[in-house]
Design a protein around this ligand. Structure first.
Ligand code: MOS
Length: 745
């Protein structure tokens, strides 16, 4: 009997072959008869009004079918009522082509629709738009005067809770550090551009292949916004070419494509260009001032942590920037203020570890400076001040294996014997520095459903409307099913990315493996119960009087654990049930016990990150030669796909430290480096050794599978470890990321 794959094994991605052979089709790769192509035209000003749009020349281009603007677009239900998507933030979402008002540079002002992409693009270049510009501001420093803390916050947003008297404690403490740190705007830059192919299936009926992290979120959006019946809208995203949060909310490309389909009663595809991707969702810029103080023994006495991030003028985008330091460190006096400042851009959005990637990273740069002021090794400083409970709320963690993560990573890195003083290590012409930081993220669990179906040919299908954005969801769901029912991995089909499938939340927050995994396990268990009931109806009574808990599933058999000779095949059990297929659908949700537990316990992932850099002092060139990261993220379903997630997060962290920044020309209010040659991300030559360790962290409380999720933890704090290593190499503290050559020279 072939041993089946278990949770904790590391099979290759089951969707890998489809992806590398081109069999996996992405949103813009569905060809339809009579398909029309839409090209969006982006506003040249950041604020003001559209005075006129001259489309005469564009309409002369052969193949052009329509030029859609706010003047001739059809009326849609949304223009009469408000609608906010599943993960919208408070405010009034942007409504494309609603009126003549321009709210951000690059806002779509028209959609040219043609029989070919080339005709649409050619015609788009001939459109002349006249604007009346109004004064705008896109600079966070200028907007600081307008900063405010909204009363109404988004769901699961927690304002920081103060304790003690942080300002007084800071003023009287013997050792202090205070400085401001800055994070620039980042754009998500997934490989797959934002795209939607809308098939017109008849009046009010559409099938949409969209680049999204939530097909049901887009389904509900399109139904509400266009006034379609929900059942008449089907949204598919079986493959997603990366997203990092850019596909959490429905973006304007899917609105434009559906609007054109409705107006022309034809199928339409809209693909944004890389440049146009820089006109919408992004990680907000933030400024964070951190004041820290310790007693003479390097024990933290005060934390004052204030931050301001940008938002748009029409929605209040908020993310948890300030809380992490207050949660992570034991300190009797701590306070934080979080505010947002409106600028004339599209609304920022969640980007990989939103809030923590900014707030914890900048805080960990400040912690390093405090350790240096106190004259203590930065790892020892962190362990000395580590809080075993959530220090902000006082709640115990369901688990926090951070000290063990530090122990293992430090050993692998060879941290012992690191000189305290900066500029102490050299290798040839390069300065060498070692830095460290802590990472922290949430371990979330959301309601999700899944269906399991066993057919007479012995194949098992598990299905959920969840998305796999490249994280390995297909594979880990197959593993959970294999683990539960003992079916070989190559006989399991996983279906995801279809709004018709059982309900699942958007793929984000690192909650997918824990939430949908729990649903898949429940569905498979319930299917197992049906098999047992079927087997009991067989006249041969193959299972004897073995109870439910005494029966195992493996190799397509039900087996009595104490007496393995007592066994029956799935096929026979199905015959007993008189069925040619068995189907079970179940929902996993935080139950009452679980909810009480949620109020009483904190749920987080943690990491310890060590970085080595080599700096060419004459040229200012930094190489990150080694990273060792130890992650405490509960139970690891698949160490191979998990490692890939951490590697990707770490690479993004290195990028945050050295490369990544969306530059705004504030005169135009526009992101200028809107392409992959000027928006710098690491190339292979920038990435050297990265070692990932998963520490053992059994945690049956955190979620039903003991899984905490790890799509985001890898980015949190990594840039701080690199920045701290750069200081150790050079003696320079650069407090605004990225640390580019000009800042080091
Ligand atoms: Mo993630 S920013 O929740 O896709």
């Amino acid at each position: 009997m072939k041993a089946s794959t278990r949770i904790g094994d590391q099979p290759n991605r089951i969707d890998g072959p489809a992806k590398v052979t081109g069999a996996a089709h992405y949103a813009a790769e569905h060809d339809l008869p009579g398909l029309l192509y839409g090209v969006a035209i982006s506003s040249a000003i950041a604020k003001g009004r559209v005075v006129s749009i001259d489309d005469a020349a564009a309409r002369q281009v052969p193949g052009v079918v329509e030029v859609i603007t706010h003047r001739n677009r059809p009326h849609v239900a949304w223009f009469d009522r408000s609608y906010r998507d599943e993960v919208a933030v408070p405010g009034s979402p942007f409504r494309p082509l609603y009126d003549d008002e321009i709210r951000f540079s690059g806002q779509p002002v028209a959609l040219v629709v043609a029989e070919s992409f080339e005709a649409a693009r050619d015609a788009a270049s001939l459109i002349r738009v006249e604007y009346a510009a109004a004064p705008h501001n896109t600079d966070l420093h200028v907007a600081l005067g307008d900063r405010f803390t909204p009363k109404k916050t988004r769901s699961n947003f927690e304002l920081p809770k103060p304790r003690g008297d942080a300002k007084a404690a800071f003023d009287t403490a013997p050792l202090r550090h205070s400085a401001s740190y800055e994070m620039p705007v980042h754009h998500h830059n997934p490989m797959e551009m934002h795209a939607a192919t809308v098939r017109w299936d008849g009046p009010g009926k559409v099938t949409v292949w969209d680049k999204t992290q939530g097909p049901q979120n887009v389904q509900a959006y399109l139904a509400e916004v266009f006034g379609f019946a929900k059942d008449d809208v089907r949204v598919l995203n079986p493959y997603v070419g990366g997203a990092f949060g850019s596909g959490l909310r429905p973006q304007y490309h899917v609105f434009l494509a559906t609007l054109a389909a409705k107006m022309l009663e034809r199928s339409v595809r809209v693909v944004l260009t890389r440049q146009q991707m820089f006109t919408h969702v992004h990680r907000p810029a933030a400024i964070q001032t951190v004041s820290l103080a310790t007693d003479a023994g390097a024990r933290l006495q005060a934390i004052v942590n204030d931050a301001t991030g940008t938002t748009s003028r029409y929605e209040n985008y908020m993310e948890v920037i300030c809380n992490w330091g207050l949660m992570a460190y034991a300190c009797p006096n701590a306070s934080a203020e979080y505010a947002i400042a409106p600028v004339d851009t599209h609304t920022p959005g969640d980007m990989r570890a939103p809030g923590a990637a900014t707030g914890m990273t900048l805080f960990e740069m400040a912690i390093d400076e405090m350790a240096a002021v106190a004259g203590v090794d930065p790892m020892a400083f962190r362990l000395l001040n580590d809080s075993p409970v959530d220090a902000m709320t006082g709640k115990p963690f369901t688990s926090k294996a951070l000290p063990e993560a530090y122990r293992q990573a430090a050993l692998r890195f060879g941290w012992d014997g690191r000189p305290l003083e900066p500029r102490s290590m050299r290798e040839g012409g390069e300065l060498v520095g070692w830095g460290v930081a802590t990472g922290m993220w949430d371990a979330m669990f959301d309601e999700a459903s899944a269906r399991a179906r066993l057919t007479a040919d012995g194949r098992l299908e598990v299905a959920s409307a969840a998305s796999d954005i490249g994280t390995g969801t297909y594979t880990v769901m197959a593993q959970v099913a294999a683990d539960t029912l003992g079916v070989a991995l190559d006989r399991i089909d996983v279906r995801l990315g279809d709004s018709d499938l059982p309900k699942a939340p958007v793929e984000g927050g690192s909650w997918m493996a824990a939430s949908v995994g729990a649903a898949v396990q429940l569905a498979c268990k319930s299917l197992g119960d049906q098999l047992i009931r079927g087997a009991r109806k067989l006249p041969t009574g193959p299972l004897g009087d073995a109870g439910r808990d005494e029966i195992d599933f493996h190799g397509d058999h039900l087996v009595v654990r104490a007496d393995p000779a007592r066994r029956v095949t799935f096929t026979e059990a199905m015959q007993g049930a008189g069925a040619t297929e068995l189907v079970a659908e179940e929902t996993a949700k935080p139950g009452l016990g679980n909810m009480i537990d949620m109020w009483l316990k904190a749920r987080n992932t943690h990491s310890a990150i060590f970085a080595e850099v080599k700096v060419d002092e004459e040229l200012g060139v930094v190489r990150v030669t080694r990273i060792v990261i130890a992650v405490a993220a509960g139970r690891i379903v698949n160490p191979k796909t998990a490692r890939s997630q951490i590697l990707g997060g770490v690479v993004m962290g290195i990028s945050m430290a050295l490369h990544e920044e969306s530059y705004t020309d504030h005169r135009f209010g526009r992101f200028m480096n809107h392409n992959l040659s000027e928006y710098h991300v690491p190339t292979h030559a920038d990435i050297h050794d990265i070692e990932v360790i998963f520490v053992d962290e059994p945690d049956p409380e955190v979620t039903p599978l003991g899984v905490k999720g790890l799509g985001e933890i890898g980015i949190v704090g990594t840039a701080a470890a690199v920045a701290n290593a750069i200081w150790h190499a050079t003696g320079k503290r650069v407090r605004s990321l990225p640390i580019t050559i000009d800042k080091l020279l």
